[in-house]
Design a protein around this ligand. Structure first.
Ligand code: AMP
Length: 177
């Protein structure tokens, strides 16, 4: 089973994708983490990634698509995977389509997202960068979710509930399929 957990920054998608990956015993693929690792390498691509992250913008489509495609092509992904963070735009989907069976989107208000992120305090969790990431989500990622909605594989979950409750809801929806 190939599952995407999507949602704005601060919606808890990494937390939920990790819990789901343990429950289903499928590999977790965290694109943000993979890109941060890439940035630390100091290669040409790494530099591009660093710049995008500093600006709060999306990393180049071709770079992300290549990293993701390579990862899902590894043998441990044969029976499926839980993806956190790809695609974040329709253009990325054109570069590489992971062929999801099921897509979850965690719904949360911008206000709640910003509140949570300011508490988390990662390097890119400044008010200006949070605002930028939320804008990009609405502009580029929401159209991807509309596309999955039309395909009939989108499942919206209230991301403002407690972590365990969100996890429970996701599990129930998977079992219903
Ligand atoms: P995250 O850890 O998911 O919040 O991602 C952190 C940062 O990584 C984002 O702000 C983007 O700069 C970058 N990023 C993550 N996923 C993607 C993606 N699919 N496409 C482009 N950039 C991404």
């Amino acid at each position: 089973m190939r599952i995407l957990v999507s949602g704005p920054t601060g919606s808890g998608k990494t937390t939920q994708a990790t819990l789901l990956s343990k429950y289903l015993r499928l590999p977790f693929i965290g694109v943000g983490r993979m890109l941060r690792d890439e940035a630390e390498k100091g290669t040409n691509n790494g530099l591009k990634v660093q710049i995008a992250m500093k600006k709060g913008t999306l990393v180049d489509d071709a770079v992300v698509a290549r990293v993701v495609k390579k990862r899902v092509g590894l043998p441990d992904c044969q029976d499926g995977f839980i993806m956190d963070g790809f695609p974040r735009s329709l253009s990325q989907l054109k570069h590489f389509d992971p062929n999801y069976d099921h897509v979850f989107s965690l719904d949360i208000s911008d206000k709640e997202a910003a509140k949570r992120l300011l508490k988390r305090g990662r390097e890119d969790d400044t008010p200006a960068l949070i605002k930028k990431r939320l804008e990009i989500y609405h502009r580029f990622t929401e159209p991807v979710l509309s596309w999955y909605m039309k395909k009939g594989i989108l499942d919206k979950v209230n991301g403002e509930m407690r972590i365990e409750k969100v996890h429970q809801t996701i599990k129930e929806r998977i079992l219903k399929k």
